[in-house]
Design a protein around this ligand. Structure first.
Ligand code: ATP
Ligand code: MG
Length: 224
């Protein structure tokens, strides 16, 4: 099984308007299970657009996309949502933690959404928090945490359900260099712990160099 297989992906933003833009122009790429792939490229080259397609939060205008072994063409919104919930983890530059939930509540959320029994969800969330070194912060709220701590909570949440694939858009982009390095080390450890692959957009050459493979997008195409 291929973790991701994309053939001839096209995404045109603002179709039929003056602002029409071909953000992805016939992109092919694939990932193997457990692989870490970095995507780099200039601002506006289509990196986030590609990530949204793979994250199943947007649909291509043309092309074929298989995610976690599941061909996505023709799937209903409900089926895409299930696939996203069960097989994917998400990591964002801006963390996107829920402010009303404490650390434990944020991390166990993907399990709660899947209907995992209460004690099992708590046990797995605590194990993941231990993996990112936050086992003592379980009852604090996101607003009371540093940026690096918030991203570690987000990382634990992205991996708690052992997703096949984590999609990450500049996960170290809001962190200072030293904190970014520490989070990167944790990402490496945590994806190995969960057995997940990761597709990561980054502007940081150090992050890109840590990946198994690095692809460069320019004007909606991969450079060869
Ligand atoms: N909703 C939209 N409507 C019109 N154009 C859009 C839309 N979203 C993105 N674009 C355009 O598509 C192109 C690719 O955008 P995208 O966000 O994928 O770039 P990016 O590589 O992630 O850039 P950055 O590094 O700045 O985050 C850009 O030219 C952008 O202006
Ligand atoms: Mg972007």
């Amino acid at each position: 099984m291929r973790l991701v297989d994309a053939r001839g992906l096209v995404r045109i933003h603002g179709r039929g308007t003056a602002a029409e833009h071909r953000a992805l122009d016939c992109v092919d790429f694939s990932m193997e299970p457990g692989e870490w792939v970095a995507i780099v490229g200039p601002s506006g080259s289509g990196k986030s657009t590609l990530l949204h397609l793979v994250a199943l939060t947007d649909r291509p205008d043309a092309g074929a996309l298989t995610v976690a072994g599941q061909p996505t063409y023709g799937l209903s919104d409900a089926a895409l949502t299930r696939l996203r919930r069960d097989r994917l983890g998400h990591l964002h530059q801006a963390f996107h933690l829920l402010p009303t939930l404490d650390v434990l509540g944020n991390v166990r959320l993907p399990l709660d959404l899947q209907g995992v029994p209460d004690r099992e969800a708590e046990r797995r969330a605590r194990a993941m928090l231990e993996e990112v070194g936050l086992e003592r912060e379980t009852h604090r709220h996101p607003a009371a945490l540093s940026g690096g701590q918030q991203q570690r909570v987000a990382l634990a949440r992205a991996l708690v359900h052992a997703p096949a694939l984590v999609v990450a858009d500049e996960p170290t982009g809001n962190l200072d260099r030293e904190t970014g390095r520490r989070v990167l080390t944790l990402i490496r450890r945590a994806i190995a712990f969960a057995g997940s692959g990761i597709l990561m957009v980054t502007h940081d050459p150090e992050v890109a160099a840590a990946a198994d493979r690095c692809l460069t997008l320019v004007d909606g195409r991969f450079e060869t």
